[in-house]
Design a protein around this ligand. Sequence first.
Ligand SMILES: [Fe+2]
Ligand SMILES: [Fe+2]
Length: 154
Amino acid sequence: MDTISGYLGTHHRRCDQLCIDAEKSVAAELWDRADAVFQEFCAALEQHFAMEEEVLFVAFEKAIHGTDGPTAIMRVEHNKINSVVFMLRDALARRAKNAFLGHADTLNIMIAQHNQVEDDIFYPMLDRMFGAQKHELIEAMRKIAESPAADPAT
Ligand SMILES: [Fe+2]
Ligand SMILES: [Fe+2]
């Protein structure tokens, strides 16, 4: 995967698929499977945000000499997404099927809007901006993706 768009776009789709699997498991009341898949989703999302916030956004902010551009908005959106994930985790722990599915609808809309801006505008812009240096950024992100995920319950 030799572009930021390709690498992170693929990761977006992986997160989406895990979220769909978790919803399907909850809808079918397959709770053990839902626990396992939701945990995998949380870990993937946490790694995704870490790749963006600790590598990509930092490189962008350094290049534009500022932190109050689009990355500030995206960091706020990550926090909002995380607060909905927290509600999903709580609903799952309570085996509250309808609450989980309701929060999942909200989450899907928030993530779709956020990812659309990244996929269509932000990542392609970074691919152009960083030229050959993008390979170093992808390598740094890959290291985060391959590191063991923190326990999402902590
Ligand atoms: Fe993001
Ligand atoms: Fe993203």
